[in-house]
Each structure stands twice: as structure tokens, then as C-alpha cells.
Design a protein around this ligand. Structure first.
Ligand SMILES: Nc1ncnc2c1ncn2[C@@H]1O[C@H](COP(=O)(O)OP(=O)(O)OP(=O)(O)O)[C@@H](O)[C@H]1O
Ligand SMILES: [Mg+2]
Length: 346
């Protein structure tokens, strides 16, 4: 056996046995000529579905511009290293991938040897961690300040109330009432904000989420009617879970209100419950304008709001309530609307 053949065999072995998903495609037209076992496992494709087809034809690349950019770099530099890209697997899921590739020559023809590392889960975890860190940092700083602000506010409110009774004119009284109402509003914001930092668990009861939703329904419906929107329910057969009812009501209300506020034209907010993978899922779906992708990571940050009248505490409260129920929140969103999922483990 000559040296070259031996080297090729060594390469083939390293390629096929490699635990990292890898593949080889022709440089001129992107046609796949080989992929390893790890790649098949990761992408969900059979080998026969991939070979002799181009990645573009297979619709693997989510962003064609990204693909073109990588091709250009390969042309000019001969390699790309650790580029973060979005690839679609066979099931249609979009995965976040670290992509590296190198132009290689086999028997005088140009090929691209590429390898991919899936960081989707890691990125999601990082996102959650960042949110939690932000919450606890902002929380501990602001909790101190919020507490201190309340005392002078209580004093001012007391004096306003005392002096209001001495006023003769109805107009002056109205102004005082307004001042008191504004102080109460500020106080409520502080109360909500302080509740975010609460890490002790409130008393919980075993209850069916559908029942909680039904109790809340009249209130939600009144909200919807006020804004000329519709509410619909699709409540499935779900297991009972351990919840603090008041907190869960607050969570549902905040999500539904966001849904109603997201719709410019009359539309519908749907509350859905079902079981999936041993979890009780609560979904709130709206037909609103959606959330921009670059905003998604900001959701749940206290005081993040895009609304003129918003406080930006609604979702932060939801995340903190979910956290106290060991539940997680997931979001999907496009121009047709947004769905918030709350996943309660059994
Ligand atoms: N269903 C949704 N559709 C579109 N955007 C949403 C939706 N839910 C939340 N958002 C975005 O997230 C931001 C933060 O929401 P959050 O509920 O925390 O605050 P808010 O609704 O602005 O104010 P608050 O709830 O305190 O009155 C909103 O301002 C909005 O931009
Ligand atoms: Mg809100």
C-alpha cells in the first residue's frame, strides 16, 4: 500500500469515528460528498438523503446571506473558524451552531471539510442565567432603595390626606386626590418590584390550573371587552399541580394583558392548557404584532417596556412567579403573534 493510500485511510477513519458532526462538500457547487455518523445523528437525516445534494437545496441554512458570507471567506481565506450560524435539522428545528470549515484538496479537486458544534441548549441556559443574574443584581440594589423611598412617601401621603379635609374648594380637593392616587400608584410599583426579589415560597395547594383559569375568566373577559378583543379557552385534560393560586392568577393576568395590548386590531387571545412530557403546559397565544428577535433576551428584565404607559414589571413578575413554582417560560413569536408557554413540572 502506498503512503498516500495509507494517509487517506487514516483520514477516513478519523473522519467517520469523530464524535463531532462533520461533513465534506464540493467547493464548486456545495454538493455533499460525505458526512460522518455524528452528523447524521445530529441532523436527523439518512445518509442517502444528504449525499449528492447541496446544503442550499436541502434548506439546511436558515440565512442564505450567512451562507454566502461563509462561502466568500472560504474563497478568500481558505477557512472559517467558529462562526455562529443557524442551521435547520431534518425535523425543521432551527439550531444555533458553531461552524468551522477548511478548504481541502482531494485528488486535485477542491472540497470543504466542515464541522459543527450545537450550542442551542448552552445558549438557552446562558440566557436564563443572564436573566437571573440581572434580576438578582438589580433586585438587591433596588430593593434597598425602594424600601427607603416608601417611608417619606408614607409621610407625604399622610399629610396630604390630613390637609385634604381642611380644603374648601372641590377643585383643590380633586388635585389632592390625584396626588394621593399617584403616590398609591408609585407605591404599587414598589410593591410589585419588591415581590420580584422574594425567594421564599408562598403557601401552595394542589389544584387544577383549569379551575384557576375559570375563576379568573370573568375578569379577563372584562379586560378583553374593554379593549374590543376576544378571549377563548382551550382547556385540556391536565393533572393537578402544586401552586400558589394568587401568584398563578397574577401570572396569567399579566400574560393575557400583554397579549391584549399587543394587538392593534380586534383579535383573539387564547388560553390553552395541555400535558406534554409529564409537564402541565399553560400557553397564552395572541394575534399581535410579535416581539422582535433582538428583544427576546430583554424579556423579564425589570422596567423593560416598549409601551408608553407600561411599567415593564409584568413579565419580570411572571418569570419570578414561574421560578418559585420550578416552572420555566418559553416564548415563540413572529408577525402573526406571540405565544408564551409556562411549563410546570409534575
Ligand atoms: N404578547 C406580547 N406581544 C408583543 N410584545 C410583548 C408581549 N408580551 C410582552 N411584550 C413586550 O415585552 C415588554 C415587557 O412586557 P411587560 O409585561 O414586562 O411590561 P409592559 O407590558 O410593558 O408593562 P406592565 O406589564 O408593567 O404594565 C412589553 O413592553 C412588550 O414590548
Ligand atoms: Mg405587561
Amino acid at each position: 500500500m502506498n503512503e498516500r493510500k495509507k494517509a487517506e485511510e487514516r483520514f477516513a477513519k478519523a473522519f467517520h469515528a469523530n464524535p463531532n458532526p462533520m461533513g465534506i462538500c464540493r467547493f464548486s457547487d456545495g454538493i455533499m460528498v460525505d458526512v460522518n455518523e455524528a452528523f447524521l445523528k445530529h441532523s436527523g437525516y439518512e445518509k442517502s438523503e444528504l449525499l449528492q445534494k447541496s446544503a442550499l437545496a436541502l434548506n439546511i441554512w436558515v440565512d442564505r446571506h450567512q451562507f454566502a458570507r461563509i462561502l466568500q471567506t472560504l474563497k478568500t481565506k481558505g477557512r472559517v473558524e467558529n462562526e455562529e450560524v443557524l442551521l435547520r435539522n431534518k425535523a425543521g428545528e432551527i439550531r444555533t451552531i458553531i461552524y468551522s470549515a477548511e478548504r481541502i484538496s482531494i485528488s486535485g479537486e477542491n472540497f470543504v471539510l466542515f464541522s459543527v458544534t450545537d450550542i442551542t441548549e448552552r445558549k438557552q441556559k446562558e440566557l436564563v442565567m443572564r436573566r437571573l443574574e440581572r434580576l438578582s443584581l438589580i433586585g438587591s440594589m433596588a430593593a434597598g432603595i425602594a424600601h427607603e423611598i416608601r417611608n417619606p412617601m408614607t409621610t407625604v401621603r399622610g399629610f396630604l390626606q390630613l390637609n385634604m379635609s381642611k380644603l374648601a374648594s372641590e377643585r383643590d380637593k380633586e388635585i389632592f386626590r390625584l396626588m394621593i392616587a399617584e403616590l398609591d400608584r408609585a407605591n404599587e410599583i414598589i410593591t410589585n418590584f419588591l415581590a420580584l426579589g422574594k425567594d421564599c415560597s408562598l403557601p401552595k395547594q394542589t389544584k387544577n390550573l383549569n379551575q384557576v383559569i375559570m375563576e379568573l375568566y370573568p375578569l379577563i373577559q372584562a379586560d378583553a371587552l374593554n379593549s374590543h378583543m376576544n378571549i377563548s379557552l382551550d382547556l385540556g385534560d391536565i393533572a393537578e399541580i402544586n401552586i400558589n393560586e394568587n401568584e398563578i392568577k397574577q401570572l396569567i393576568l399579566n400574560l393575557v394583558r400583554n397579549g391584549l395590548e399587543a394587538m392593534d386590531q380586534p383579535g383573539e387571545v387564547k388560553i390553552i392548557t395541555y400535558m406534554k412530557n409529564n409537564q402541565v403546559i399553560l400557553a397564552v397565544r395572541d394575534q399581535g404584532k410579535g416581539i422582535k428577535k433582538e428583544m427576546l433576551y430583554m424579556l423579564g428584565t425589570p422596567f423593560f417596556t416598549t409601551k408608553a404607559e407600561g411599567t415593564g414589571l409584568g413579565l419580570a413578575t411572571c418569570y419570578s412567579i414561574a421560578d418559585r413554582h420550578n416552572a420555566t417560560i418559553e416564548v415563540t413569536s413572529d408577525e402573526q403573534g406571540t405565544t408564551f408557554y409556562v411549563l410546570f413540572p409534575l
